[in-house]
Design a protein around this ligand. Structure first.
Ligand SMILES: Cc1cc2nc3c(=O)[nH]c(=O)nc-3n(C[C@H](O)[C@H](O)[C@H](O)COP(=O)(O)O)c2cc1C
Length: 274
């Protein structure tokens, strides 16, 4: 009887310990030109988490055009990027922040290589990415499809051109999602969507004007107050660009574009959803 009681007490203690044990967090990322690395380090430093880079066996270290050419050839041939073995065991972690640059609308090939070789079953995955214009939404959809047995949590994405915003945005993201304890002011909800005014249309044009890959006209908008200014969520009709001729009767293609207009600054777009 005494032995049974001791066993029961030990079992209860184990349950109690498990409930209070902080989750073990790993920041795992690929970065070709160090942009995503900056975000990975900001997350790891804030959380005091372990951090590890995903390294392709044959690095993508050419220039931009060489990287485009190589990755397009590999995609056409169905080649999965081979990565070096990790120095950590992902089994030791509960939560994995998985970071990558967006390539062709989704996570870069070394992450595809990771997903083929490392078992992430049962893990909580927090995606984060950097991009020229966008790709958080599409890459998260691809991760969910690829990892049905993992829990893909809300992610964070930032344009390469807005790395200055990373410290404040990461602090907000980690607090708002419960990874970091501390005060934060929750953002307001967006307003109802309405047709754009001329003034809002001009804000949109300024925000996307210098970005060569976007050729769009704003049609509708929702907005909300944010610290120091206004955030807009535009719906815009996009004219597809590329080497292929576009049929005259091709259906209109609509994109969503987040724009931040801070008091006294030029409006900038922060993310495109395609
Ligand atoms: C091969 C290649 C494809 C890319 N495709 C996209 C894309 O589809 N959409 C986008 O917004 N940015 C795209 N980019 C831009 C990168 O996502 C961006 O520069 C990123 O911040 C680089 O991160 P890194 O410095 O960590 O490598 C691409 C870059 C490369 C090299």
């Amino acid at each position: 009887m005494k032995q049974l009681l001791i066993l029961a007490a030990a079992a209860l203690l184990a349950v109690a310990c498990n409930q209070t044990k902080a989750p073990k967090v790993l920041v795992l990322y690929y970065s070709q030109t160090q942009t995503t690395k900056t975000v990975a380090e900001a997350i790891a430093n804030s959380l005091g988490a372990d951090i590890e880079a995903i390294l392709p066996v044959v690095p993508y270290d050419g220039d931009f055009n060489a990287t485009i050419a190589r990755s397009q050839k590999e995609a056409a041939e169905g080649v999965v990027c081979e990565i070096k073995p990790l120095s950590v065991n992902v089994k030791d972690y509960d939560v994995i922040f998985l970071g990558y640059p967006i390539w062709f609308g989704t996570y870069a090939p070394p992450v595809a290589g990771l997903l083929e070789t490392v078992d992430l079953t049962g893990k909580k995955i927090v995606p984060f990415c950097t991009f020229g214009s966008g790709g958080l939404d599409t890459s998260v959809n691809d991760l969910k499809a690829k990892l049905p047995d993992a829990e893909i949590l809300p992610g964070y994405g930032v344009r390469q051109a807005r790395l200055d915003a990373v410290p404040a945005e990461i602090d907000y993201f980690l607090k708002a999602n419960g990874f970091l304890v501390g005060d934060f002011t929750p953002l307001a909800d967006f307003s109802e969507t309405r047709p754009v005014t001329e003034e809002e249309s001009a804000i949109f044009d300024t925000a996307v004007g210098t970005y060569p890959m976007i050729s769009a006209k704003a049609t509708e908008v929702a907005s909300r107050a944010v610290p120091g200014g206004t955030e807009y969520l535009f719906t815009a009709q996009d004219t597809p660009r590329g080497p292929m001729p576009v049929a005259e009767d091709a259906p209109a293609h609509f994109i969503k574009v987040y724009v931040l207009a801070e008091d006294g600054k030029e409006p900038v777009f922060t993310q495109v959803l395609r």
